[in-house]
Every structure is written in C-alpha cells, then in structure tokens.
Design a protein around this ligand. Sequence first.
Ligand SMILES: Nc1ncnc2c1ncn2[C@@H]1O[C@H](COP(=O)(O)OP(=O)(O)OP(=O)(O)O)[C@@H](O)[C@H]1O
Length: 646
Amino acid sequence: MESSTRISVAIRMRPILKEEVDQGQTNSKVFIDSAEKAIVVSSIDQKQQKKFLFDSVFDEITPQNELFNSTQIPELLKKVVQGFNATIFAYGQTGSGKTYTMEGYDYNDLKPNIKVKPNQENEKQGVVPRAIKALFEEIKSMPSTTEYTVYCTYLQVYQEKIYDLLNPAQLKPGSPGLKMRWSKHDEFYVENLYVNACYNATEVLTHFHAGLKNKIMASHNLNSASSRSHCILSLNIEGVDVEGGGIISSKLQLVDLAGSERASLTGNEGLALKESIEINKSLFTLRQVITTLAGSREGESAFVPYRDSKLTSLLKQSIGGNSFCLMIACLCPCDQFYEENLSTLAYATKASCIANIPVKNLDPKSKLVNELRKEIKGLQNELKEAFEQIGMLTELVNLDKTQTLKMRGLEKPLLATAQGQRAKTTKIIEQIPGRIHSAMAVPRPVVPQQEPFSLSLEMLSENLHDSVKMIKELMGSNKKLKEIINELSSIKKGQDIEIAQLHAENQTLLEKLENVENEPVIVAKLQKEKQELQNRVVALERENKQAPVIFPIKEKKTEWAWKSKRTIVRAGNRYIDSPGQIIDKDHYQKYHSVRPSTRVRVEKSAESTRQHKSELSPDNKVKEDALSALSVLYSKTRVKKYGTFF
Ligand SMILES: Nc1ncnc2c1ncn2[C@@H]1O[C@H](COP(=O)(O)OP(=O)(O)OP(=O)(O)O)[C@@H](O)[C@H]1O
C-alpha cells in the first residue's frame, strides 16, 4: 500500500543586492536559524518573534551546490528513476531569487548568459542544470539491462495561455496557445507540445537553454530580468527492461514560477501591469489550492480549485497528488518586503502540511508483462516438477530392464512424447520474453505529445492475445505431461509389486542354494548313518535266521497273527499266541505255510516269551525305523541331486 509523504519545504533567503544597499535597504526582521532549520521573524515593533520551522533553511551565502544537496534533490532523482513522479518548484515574490535558484544564469538584456558549456561545472548553476546532470548520472548507475530515454518538453504559462518554449513557430504574437486536456490518468496534459527524446544530459540542456531564450522576460523596478510567465520543464523518463520487458515511466517537473507583484512597487503599467494581474491571479489560485489541501484532513475529500488556473491544473498531481514534491520558497532580505516574506512563510508552512501519495508508475504494458511473468514463473515451476518426475521414472525404468519387458512397448512412446512436449514447451517459454519485447520494442519518433499510451492500445491488445494463446499452449502441454506422469506412475506401481514378488522368490532360492552348498557334508553323514543301519539290519537278520518260525493261523486268514500283530510262539509242545492264548500242538500243525517276514524270536517259556516279545518289539521297531530312514534319505538325496523338491 502506498504511503503518504509531506511536501518538503526549503526556505532560501537571497543576499541584499548592490542596488538595494545603495537604496539603504536593510533586513532587521527576518533571520535564518540554520541550526534549528527555522526562520525567525520579529514583529514590526520588534517586541515579539515568531518562528517558522521547515525541512531546510538557507541563508544569503549558501552556494548553489549546497542547496542542491541539502534539499535531498539527488535522493528525489533516485525515486524518479525508480518510477515515481517528482516536482521541484520555486515560489516567492518577484525578485526573491527563484530564477537564480532554478537556473543560476545571469541575464543580460533579458536573455540568459549561458557561458559554460553544458558538460562543464559551474558553481552558479542552479537546480535545473544540476538535476539534469544528476538524473543521467543516476540512470547510468542503473542496470544496463534497462534502456532509458528522457523525453523533454518545456512550456510557459503566460497570461493564462500555454506556449511551447521549444516551438518558436508557436510563440509568435497572436498565437492562441496550446490546449490543455484531461487525461484518463487523472491529470492534465498539454496537446501538441514538442517532445524531444534525449539520451544524455547535454541533449536535454541544449533544449533547456533554447527554451530559456524564448521565455517572456521584462524589466521592472524590482527586477531587471523578471519572469513574466510560469515555466515548466518536464522530463518524462521511460526505462525499458530489454530482458524482462518491463517498463518504468515517471515524470520530473522543474518549475520556475513568476513572482507575486505589488503594482505600487513594480511601477508596472500597460502590458506589464496586465501581466502582473495575471501572475497574481494564478498565484492566488495556487495559494487557494495550498490552503484547501493544508486545511483538509487526511482521507477527507475537499473541493480543491485546481481547474481555476492553468498553472494549478498542470500542478494537480504535484500538490496533493501522486508525486514527491519539493517547494523552494525564496525570501527577499529587505524590510520593505516584510509582508511579502510573511505571506511566503505562511504559504510555505501550509504547503509543508500537504500530504502527497507518491505512486510508482506502472504503465499498462508493464502491468501485463508483470502478470505474464508471474504466470510463466508458475508454469515453469510446474514443468520443472514434471521434468523431475519424468527423470525419476526414467531412471527407474532403466534400473531393471529384464523386469520391464512388459512396459517397454509403452515406455518408449511415452518418453518420446514427454521429451517432445518438453522441447516444445521449453521453446515456447524461451520465446515469450523475446516476443513480448519485440512487441514492445517499437521505434519512438519525436512526435507531438499525446495522451500517454493511447497509441499502443492496438499493440497492447495484440500482445495480450499472443500471451493468452501462449498460456493456453503451455497449459495444454502441461496437461499432457500430467497424463504421461499418471500413466508412468501406474506402471511404476505394477513394477513395484513385481519387484516385491521377485524379492521373495530370490530369498527362497538363496536358502536353497545354501542347502545345496552344504549337501556333501549332509550326504556323507547320511551315508555313514545308512551304512550303520545296514550293518545293524544285517546283524538283526542274522540273528533272526537262528530264531523259531512263526506260523500264522491259516483258516482264519482275516485274523492272521502277523497282520493283527498277534504272534504265535512255541514253548515245548505248547504254542502260545501273542495275547497269551495257549494253542495245542495238533491245532498248530494245521499251519503249514510260513512267511519269512513273520519270523520272530521264540523263548522257552510263556513268561519268558512274553518278556522276550517286549524285548523283540524294539528290535523290530529299530529295523522298521532304519528302513524308513533309509527311504527318506534316499528320497532326499534324489531331491538334492535332481532339484525336484516340490
Ligand atoms: N542566492 C543569490 N545569490 C546571489 N544573487 C542572487 C541570489 N538570488 C537572487 N539573486 C539575484 O537577485 C536578482 C533577482 O533574482 P531572480 O531574478 O532570480 O528573482 P525572481 O524571484 O526570479 O524574480 P521574478 O519573479 O521577477 O522572476 C537577480 O539579479 C539575481 O541574480
């Protein structure tokens, strides 16, 4: 939000002139207090004193350069180059030193004596030539990417008519003067003024000096070279950022007002008197404007009579408007001008209460450029993110090509599309600043002043159209890229799942591999066990061969002892089956076939038979266990050898 700033006020008192000394003029009432930045004024009877405080005060001996620097004009010029408007105007009664302060040249026969060459230093040079030089110095210190052009106009308001000091044809007697128009930028401008494009201080000074020679000057009792008009030198500064395309525009107004005159003192008659009346009328309006603005509170909208004079119309934005403003109020040190000095101090005090709200000028083109820049930046960021994601996914795709066979068919066209889009979008983005700049880089001929920017509307709309088209293209590209990213993301998800499965399989295979590596040890161990077991079996079989034969009961085949785990044992003439039932010999003779596998050990008595049976059973069990272990071992060995584990 813009902040308000008061009009800065400086007071300067000129020295008493030789002719005034000759007349016996003295100063006994108005004093400069430099330490307190105050003007002390005694009452007529000199019994009372009144103090006026200002931003800066300068006594009779203050040189021009000190005034220039102490009033902070260099800082003001910095603001101008940055895009703010500024006005410096000299105010005071006739002969108080306004022209001396602003120009600093001696006048001979009502014409300025411009002895020094424009680029030479001159101690007496006033605010205007110093400001012109300092402005270009400031421009030089700016980045070289911004190209500045200063457009110079110089006019005078004479008897409520506006004349172009740079157009001699327009200054001829009987000329109706130039028209003033109201611009949509809330300010007045003068139609058909000569506008001169300048690229250095010398060029501007040349125009300034030419204009000075055309000023209407006259001689009267109080000033041998008195300005009969209000003169306004306007410097319109335009800086074009050749890289970014932004435009800075601002205006510096340097104003030398005509001084208020008391007819009784000037001795003017005829035309000179008419001039005095007109000067006083316009200054009266200026004072009204100052009084109104100083009296109204901030934010209050009082009616300000700007339109009552050409001068106040042209200074609308300078006093109570959007400019920085410096008022240099000049005082005469002679007691005879006591009242005029008091009046000057009173209005200077009022002016110092006026708040201006300086606004950085952004022309419509710059606004558009700034908006486009923002959008482009946003789109560039989005694209950057998209490129990063594509890069990441491309890396993933390249990681395991054997696993991406499925997506290969999709990958190539996708990446090609992505790269194509990327190239296309980058090209579009690269073209934007150039296109904007080329659209704006139109030649600027010296033409009569027109309403600012009115000529470029067509160009502006064309530019806008182009920019909107470009943004649409960018958005389209961005959408396609997003789609590609989504597709690649889903592919990546599927790939992640496959990778997880492969990890699991890999783990299992590693375990198997570990087992295979340990195989010789296990096989050797198992073979040793096998050998022991075979030995054991052989021993057992040998033992069994010596044992009696067991005959299963044949007629009841379904109840075969071996099948039902019953064993018949012979004990002398008696036979005992496994549950302990005694069978006689005849009955036993009926059994006539023997199965080798049913041979068991036979003991002599039934008791010992029962006892042996319990001993024999573990042996059989051992045998069975040994055989089954051999079978498992055999199957395991096969598995390890041929890898058919599942
Ligand atoms: N600070 C100063 N030092 C030396 N001489 C000065 C100074 N100020 C003004 N003078 C001299 O005083 C005279 C009147 O000054 P100047 O013409 O600047 O007054 P003015 O305010 O412009 O008058 P007018 O309103 O009539 O144009 C001139 O001769 C000028 O050289």
